[in-house]
Design a binder for this molecule. Structure first.
Ligand code: FMN
Length: 195
């Protein structure tokens, strides 16, 4: 699959099989992330690659508890409202039970923290597609960056005190066996040509 095909057929895959892909495949995806550009070549995006099922279960429980304690507010971002509402009902699993979660973090106070990590995440999602792996950006840990329970636990896993959680993704084989690769219609993202 060439680069254009990998980009244009990438879709978010949330239903993933309970099978951890080979370490070689996961490493290839992470390498694609590590090779993303970074502001001033800072290379400060930190990748926490979590495949331990007990750790993922514990993290999901902490996230569920954190959202259950939050209140929906008018004007709140829709996905955040949905997370809070599902958590309060007690059936919220932020990572959809995926076998691999890659959390990205970057230096707190660094102006390109989010931009650099977004480049890395997109590289990883495209690489995953090229390897026939499904992936989906998972943003809840970014939203919970300041949550003491979530932070403390992530720090026991390797998150540094001076790092802010910038995002993450899930990774694995499509539960249905075949990846959905039909692009959603592009109705937004306007383009203005000035020639
Ligand atoms: C910054 C960002 C945050 C996202 N956060 C989540 C998320 O937390 N959970 C989720 O299921 N999908 C998340 N997504 C995936 C989007 O919902 C998805 O990309 C969008 O619906 C378009 O679908 P596609 O990726 O299949 O083209 C996120 C995507 C981006 C770019």
């Amino acid at each position: 699959m060439d680069a254009f095909e990998a980009m244009l057929t990438r879709r978010s895959t949330r239903k993933l099989a309970q099978v951890v892909p080979s370490k070689e495949f996961i490493e290839q995806v992470v390498e694609a992330g590590r090779h993303a550009p970074s502001g001033g070549n800072s290379q400060t995006t930190h990748f926490l690659v979590i495949t331990n099922p007990a750790v993922l279960t514990k993290l999901a429980k902490l996230v569920q508890e954190a959202f259950a304690q939050m209140e929906e507010a008018p004007g709140m971002y829709k996905s955040l409202r949905n997370s809070i509402s599902a958590a309060k009902k007690g059936f919220y699993v932020f990572h959809y039970g995926a076998p691999v979660l890659i959390v990205t973090a970057n230096k707190r106070g660094y102006g390109n923290a989010l931009a650099d990590s977004a480049c890395a995440l997109e590289n990883m999602m495209i690489a995953a597609n090229a390897l026939d792996l499904g992936s989906c950006w998972i943003n809840q840990l970014h939203w919970l960056d300041e949550n003491p329970q979530v932070r403390t636990y992530l720090e026991t896993l390797g998150l540094e005190e001076d790092e802010t959680i910038t995002g993450g993704l899930i990774l694995g084989y499509a539960a249905e066996g075949v990846l959905e690769r039909t692009a959603l219609p592009r109705t937004g993202n306007p383009v203005t040509w000035v020639e």
